[in-house]
Ligand binder design. Structure first.
Ligand code: ADP
Ligand code: ASP
Ligand code: MG
Length: 809
């Protein structure tokens, strides 16, 4: 005989019930069918029972009745309808009577609730039986309360296996049967229930009682997935697993299987299949003793939400024998189930993970049991932390796999997830971690990605700025996206984009078209925090915030992003050239939160200047002197200017081609170069502030103080003679003009200098930058880095390369 169980969604519609018919007709053996109540009926019945107290159940009861009547209308031919509907109406009437009594006596005990909830399975099994009969399948109906004996709590009764087996021995193995799951009865003949999700268990009890050849559990997923498919989009089916692995997955939240289901089938070695009613052709999961020969070390990752952890600590714990036993005894007496236990080696503390609903009772009972020790200071007051969850990583073969926990913890740490407690059972079939409830989905996704999606790595980008660099960055990304996916298995998703007033956000990734419509259709924000908050709330793993602006409003938010373990990549140099404490705080935060802060493009566009300084420092060398031309814009301007075209015109050209900052005075007034040499000196280990950088200005006052670009250009034009004079003087000496930044003996300076043909700076063309560094090891000949140091396209490619470094390409 074969036992098949169909869940709530499988029995909820005409179409689905037809599928069930198709499935049972395929069986070569007599079948024993177990069904759940139609989907959500058990919840609705609970609600009805609760509402009965205030006599407000009528509407919900009507809704429940209508769902059943509609289903029957679609299933039955006219001649059958009335008779079958009568059965349901009769049950609805009984429910009404019970609800009335609840209201009158103002008591809704678990005993009454069990009776009320049993109606779901009674009605669904009856309807299906009548439908199969109508369709020509000979099948008998069984009231599970006559077959399953379960005592104790009405809502989660304990099965008496011997009695149940004896009762089931009356069943004729040559016939087909259908019965409702979930329901049972106790010694007194009262209705009891097997716990929410208990129909799976009923089916396992029938399978064991009937010594069935197999048990199939049919639901709306193709078997046990390696993670909850509602949490991890990329979850995939586990083909084979052992009973023990299946139990662990089920116990730690894989709802597709009710945990007690395993015991009866495991004891009788009955093969268990988890299948999908909607895709019967799919293999699903096969559960047996051996669990197959799958080489995978980890089978799946699961989670239990709503956990609290309590900490019992104190010197008394180490000294006194039997303290742990007393803790567990107190909890047992208070009926509290402990899910996870860890004890520190020094035995100074015990940490327990338990269901949040039990937390207060647990604390109370322990405090009471140890009143004396707490009073004398031998034990501390019990500490409690709510709002936690347990993540469980499961697999029989995890044992003997060196480095697995390390890989697990580093993946979580890298994404800023703090692990509060760890328990690894002696069986090593399960590693359980307690993390903050808000990180539940994120942690599961990270673990899933690390162990199951070797193929594809998802990266989530939040981009500020769609100006010159920002736009070019989006172009580079567009170009590289497919290649990255195909060759590096990296799937980059742009989740949010913002300009100076609007933002768009799409948790599943923005399309190019949506990004193009930012100006027209974006959501206006009043505070840039709102954009960062989106990234924080998404709480995605591998999140990167990219700043392609020159705005302080944006750079002020790096700390907030880094605090949430969101890496920051910026071409904006404001943050790194603001006060030294805030610069160093960003670097420390990134380190503490295990994420990256990258800003290579803040100096010299894509040239590897910062990286080189960092490498020099890491190797133990010391930078004594830096001489540099760091402004591509100024270099472009002074290379082009030969008085044949007015200076103002050349500046305008540089601006139009994207070589200057949006406000060219930031370049001409020295601020940009001063910031850059300040950043380089800080990277080289010097603690410096902006006022430490001297600047020998070369602009006439009215140009330097111009309130906007228009006035600046007109003032510049008026002072053409001033610029021509500077140029001519240098030209007469055979020299060229360069704005040179310098760090020398700890002193920082920026000035417009004449450089002679012997200087390596003389031949610096176009918008190139050059940095020459003397170190303890490079004493006579400096290290020189030279190349294009400005331009939106090249800066964008540098930003892109920083992003690649963050994601480790
Ligand atoms: P039924 O009503 O048929 O008993 P359930 O709703 O109880 O079905 O169980 C199936 C659901 O379990 C799936 O729809 C899925 O959302 C959820 N689920 C959670 N974790 C897992 C997992 N690891 N594998 C498969 N399903 C899971
Ligand atoms: N109908 C019950 C519930 O919803 C039992 C089950 O579906 O397994 O919990
Ligand atoms: Mg279920």
């Amino acid at each position: 005989m074969e036992v098949m169980k169909f869940g709530g969604t499988s029995v909820a519609t005409h179409n689905n019930i037809q599928r069930i018919k198709g499935i049972i007709e395929q069986s070569q053996e007599p079948v024993f069918v177990v069904v759940s109540a139609i989907s959500k009926a058990t919840d609705q019945l609970q609600e009805i029972a609760n509402l009965a107290l205030s006599n407000q159940y009528q509407e919900s009861l009507k809704a429940l009745e209508n769902r059943h009547l509609e289903l029957m209308d679609s299933l039955f031919v006219e001649s059958n309808k009335e008779r079958i509907k009568l059965y349901v109406s009769d049950h609805i009437e009984q429910l009404r009577d019970i609800c009335h009594s609840i209201h009158v006596i103002q008591e809704r005990s678990n005993k009454i609730l069990a009776r009320i909830q049993s109606f779901g399975e009674l009605m669904s099994s009856y309807i299906l039986r009548e439908y199969f009969t109508q369709e020509g399948i000979v099948i008998d109906w069984i009231d599970s309360r006559q077959m399953i004996r379960a005592n104790g709590q009405y809502d989660r009764a304990e099965v008496d296996f011997d009695k149940t087996k004896k009762l089931m021995s009356q069943i004729d193995q040559n016939k087909n049967y259908i019965a409702g799951g979930f329901i049972a009865s106790n010694e007194m003949g009262e209705t009891t229930l097997l716990g929410r999700g208990g129909s799976d268990y009923s089916a396992a009890l029938y399978a064991s009682g009937l010594e069935a050849s197999r048990l199939e559990i049919w639901s709306d997923v193709s078997g046990m997935q390696n993670a909850n498919p509602r949490v991890v989009k990329e979850a995939g089916p586990i083909r084979e697993m052992s009973y023990k692995e299946a139990f662990e997955m089920a116990f730690f939240g894989a709802k597709v299987l009710y945990p007690p289901t395993i015991k009866p089938v495991m004891e009788n070695d009955i093969p268990l299949y988890l299948k999908n009613t909607f895709h019967p052709e799919e293999e699903g999961t096969f559960i047996s003793k051996s669990g197959g020969h799958d080489e995978g070390k980890i089978k799946g990752v699961s989670s239990l939400p709503d956990i609290s952890i309590i900490n019992i600590s104190g010197v008394g714990l180490a000294k006194e024998q039997g303290t742990a036993r007393r803790v567990f005894q107190a909890l047992e007496e208070a009926n509290v189930n402990v899910i996870l236990i860890t004890q520190s080696c020094s035995e100074q503390s015990i940490c327990l993970g338990l269901s949040a609903k039990d937390a207060d009772t647990a604390v109370e009972s322990i405090n009471k049991a140890f009143q004396k020790e707490i009073g004398s200071g031998m034990l501390n007051e019990v500490e409690i932390e709510n709002g936690q969850c347990i993540i469980a990583v499961i697999g029989d073969n995890m044992k003997n796999t060196v480095g697995l926990s390390g890989k697990l913890f580093s993946a979580l740490g890298k994404n800023g997830i703090n692990i509060k407690a760890i328990a690894q059972g002696a069986s090593e079939r399960n590693i359980s971690l307690v993390v903050d409830k808000k990180d539940e989905g994120k942690a599961i996704n990270i673990i899933h990605q690390k162990f199951f999606q070797k193929a594809i790595k998802q990266v989530h980008l939040y981009i500020a700025g769609v100006g010159n660099v920002g736009d070019q960055f989006l172009q580079v990304l567009k170009k590289q996206k497919k290649l990255l996916l195909d060759q590096n298995k990296i799937d980059i998703k742009i989740v949010g984009v913002a300009n100076s007033s609007k933002m768009i956000h799409e948790p599943y990734g923005l399309t190019d078209k949506q990004i193009d419509m930012l100006r027209e259709e974006g959501e206006a924000y009043t505070d840039f925090d709102q954009f960062i908050d989106k990234a924080i709330n998404d709480n995605y793993y591998n999140s990167i915030f990219i700043d392609n602006t020159a705005s302080q409003i944006v750079s002020d938010r790096y700390k907030k992003a880094l605090d949430a373990s969101i890496s920051v990549v910026a071409c904006n140099k404001i943050a790194c050239s603001s006060s030294y404490p805030s610069y160093i705080e960003l670097i420390r935060t990134a380190r503490d939160k295990n994420c990256d802060f990258k800003y290579e493009t803040a100096v010299g566009a894509a040239l590897p200047i910062i990286k080189t300084i960092q490498d020099i420092m890491l190797s133990g060398d010391h930078i004594n002197r830096i001489q540099a031309v760091l402004s591509g814009s100024l270099n472009f301007i002074f290379n082009k200017y030969d008085t044949s075209t007015p200076f103002a015109e050349i500046v305008r050209q540089a601006k139009d081609e994207g070589y200057t900052e949006p406000n060219p005075l930031l370049d001409l007034g020295g601020t940009d170069v001063m910031r850059k040499i300040l950043i380089l000196s800080r990277e080289a280990g010097y603690i410096k502030e902006m006022p430490d950088v001297s600047f020998n200005g070369f602009l006439p006052e009215s140009v330097a103080n111009a309130p906007d670009n228009d006035i600046m250009f007109s003032e510049m034009l008026k002072h053409e003679a001033h610029f021509a004079n500077i140029y001519n003087k240098a030209a007469e000496n055979g020299n060229r003009l360069k704005v040179v930044a310098e760090l020398n003996k700890g002193i920082l300076s920026v000035e417009l200098r004449e450089v002679s043909p012997e200087s390596p700076f003389f031949h610096l063309e176009g918008k190139d930058n050059i940095v020459a560094m003397h170190t303890d090891r490079y004493v006579n000949e400096p290290i020189i880095i030279k190349g294009a140091g400005a331009g939106a396209e090249i800066t964008a490619s540098g930003v892109f390369s920083d992003v690649m470094k963050v994601i480790n390409v």
